[in-house]
Ligand binder design. Structure first.
Ligand SMILES: *Cc1c(COP(=O)(O)O)cnc(C)c1O
Length: 365
């Protein structure tokens, strides 16, 4: 940073590194299993709705979009059995996470999360001058309930299912946190379409709950940036105060409406993805690689080389081997809790066969 910027950059910002997203290679010949995108196109209704909104000459783009995404909020509300007043729409769910930190962080109280978890949380907290605390999971990914409830934190980010482990937690786990923790609980449900349980059914019951969701993982629309927060109307009102006035553009609002109009399409494909996931887990079992039973559309697995060894170097070697044959997965060398593992998104059955063949080839190298 040059001297001029040293003098003028906000202290909190000068001290952080930004979030590092997964790679998005620009050429198309990769088996891309690194960012948990949906392996199928979105519903054909989405494409139609976008073209419709665009019209013959794109003239509607002259006009600002609906600032509060009113129709989309009620559509999302209906999907979750809630009313529009319980919903805020976001430019992806990262927008919702950011709004929650902006609205509810407090310089005197930390923001809490578990380790491992989504690595965007600490970045958002630090930008806002908040202390950030990560409590480690137990060895079998058990939740440190007592430590959570005795924490002084103002917000607790709980990723369910967890990323990057894929482990899903039950209704009673989530309710125990909601009952015992003294601050706001944000349940980040990016992967809920692949899980057994969603905390959306608890929104009416708990005034300290925010559920964040996204079309990026379960609706094939990561490229459109559509997310939501579900909470009681008082919380929604506060989040709206810090929201960008036009946070969803016209095409995103139209696409989101259409996505939530084709539940049959998505129910079917999420079923196929879960089935593909379970079969891929059985494969890892057959080669003796450890993994966490996933409730998501990805699997965190610990590669074991032909000498039976695992660890950071082995994971690194496996990651690089896959990359050399154009299979991209995610590897977290700087996260001690999971640096012996790689996170593999569940793709199509065909992609998973390519992956399995790559594993077999690598073991016998
Ligand atoms: C992908 C992901 C998000 C972000 O989703 P967007 O809607 O694309 O911003 C949030 N939380 C977790 C845990 C994720 O994996």
């Amino acid at each position: 940073m040059n001297d001029f910027l040293k003098l003028h950059t906000a202290n909190a910002v000068a001290q952080i590194e930004g979030y590092t997203p997964g790679e998005q290679p620009s050429d198309g010949n990769w088996v891309k299993l690194n960012t948990n995108e949906f392996p199928y196109p979105p519903s054909p209704k989405v494409r139609e709705a976008i073209l419709d909104e665009l019209g013959g000459d794109g003239a509607k783009l002259r006009l600002y979009p609906d600032p509060i995404s009113k129709n989309l909020r009620s559509k999302i509300g209906k999907f979750f059995g809630l009313s529009a007043e319980n919903v805020i729409a976001g430019n992806g769910s990262d927008d919702i996470l950011n709004l929650a930190v902006r609205a509810f962080s407090d310089p005197d109280k930390p923001i809490l999360s578990l380790d491992p978890s989504y690595s965007l949380y600490p970045v958002l907290a630090k930008i806002q001058n908040s202390e950030f605390i990560e409590l480690p999971f137990g060895d079998s990914m058990d939740i440190p309930f007592e430590k959570i409830s005795s924490s002084r934190a103002n917000i607790f980010f709980f990723t369910n299912p967890n990323a990057p482990t894929g482990v899903g937690f039950s209704k009673s786990d989530v309710e125990r946190i909601l009952n015992e923790f003294g601050g706001l609980v944000l349940v980040d449900e990016a992967y809920a379409p692949f899980a057994e349980f969603s905390a959306s059914e608890l929104v009416d019951k708990y005034p300290n709950l925010i559920v964040a969701g996204t079309t990026s993982k379960g609706w094939g629309l990561a490229g459109m940036r559509i997310g939501w927060g579900l909470a009681n109307p008082d919380i929604i009102n506060i989040l709206d105060r810090v929201r960008d006035s036009y946070n969803l553009d016209r095409l995103a609002q139209a696409a989101g409406m259409a996505a939530f109009s084709d539940n049959e399409y998505y129910g079917n494909l999420c079923g196929i993805i879960k089935d593909t996931r379970d079969k891929t887990e059985l494969f890892f079992e057959s080669v003796g690689w450890k993994y966490f039973k996933s409730s998501s559309n990805f699997i965190l697995v610990t590669p074991k080389n032909k000498n039976g060894k695992s660890g950071r170097d082995v994971a690194d070697e496996f990651f690089k081997y896959l990359k050399s044959i154009k299979i991209l997965v995610r590897y977290f060398p700087n996260c001690p809790a999971v640096c012996d593992s790689v996170r593999i998104s569940v793709g199509t059955p065909e992609q998973m066969i390519l992956l399995q063949n790559a594993v077999k080839d690598w073991i016998s190298l």
